[in-house]
Write a protein that binds this ligand. Sequence first.
Ligand SMILES: [Zn+2]
Length: 340
Amino acid sequence: MGLSFGKWARDLSRWLPPAALAHAGQPAALFFHGVEPVTDDARVQTNHHEVAAFRDILKGLKDFDVLPLDAIDDVLAHPGRHARSLFLMSDDGYRNTLTVAADILEEFRMPWTLFVSTAHIGSGQPNPIFLARLFFFYAPPGDYALPHLGTVHLAGEESRMKSALSGVDRLRFLPGEQAQETLAAMRAAFAAGELETLIARFASEKFLDWNEVRALSRRGVTIGAHADRHWPMHAGQSPDWLRQQAAGARARIETEVGPCRFFAYPFGNKRDVGAAAWKAVRDAGFSHGFTTMSGSLSAGGNPWLLPRYGLGPRDSHVASLVPLLFAGNPRLRRWQAGLA
Ligand SMILES: [Zn+2]
């Protein structure tokens, strides 16, 4: 099934009426990022649902039991009793989760968990992938010699699209310290003030500050950790980096908000999470870690490598899709076993 699992499930779910699957359920975790009234550049604002599409997705979930994440212990112990149970999660910590998403989720009476990348909360530091996308799509035309990536040629729309695709992928698998150097060179491609203007234009990418995270916590949102910097915890990262990503993020949330026992890996796919990563998460005192590998919560296995499904921008067939997620379990278990 490989990496196209999400596409397979999405395509199949279009043809299956939800009623056909009502008794075939398995508990699952679903996540989104931000929610915006409208987005104006899909190449850059890749992480945000538009309000209308987000509402359609939640309507599709109305016959499920959306539970607070503290129910995870019971769900994992008794998946058979939780055939219609779901957990809803939001990653990164965008400000629009407070200004837009929270009200909608309250209206639907759906509890949810927010996983925040602590270095970005209240610091004005944008998501590095957003910065990289601004570079690929908005830096002046030219050839750029970037540390660790080589020469990147930016001209017309097509060359930018191609460079962005391969460049973001290569950047993501660099050791964190090297990626910082590449990103600094990307920033330097812009004239003074130009990057700041662009960042301000895409208000969707603005992170919450700690007062706002606390406000969400008071409204009943569970606050989890999405590492310290928004960067993969792959096998190329040093032990110190991983410790900061796991233990550092947890300590910060416990100081700023309160007890924190849930973790979600940035990117969280096969190549983004190494064996040392989940051990760092376990050793930091988290009870559970969520990946972005597809599967259902009946898969069993390592509680620090649980599956989650990333909601697509217009996944309105989600009621038929959720019961299919269990088909990812064999691949998930093989991956978990390989990281033992
Ligand atoms: Zn993320």
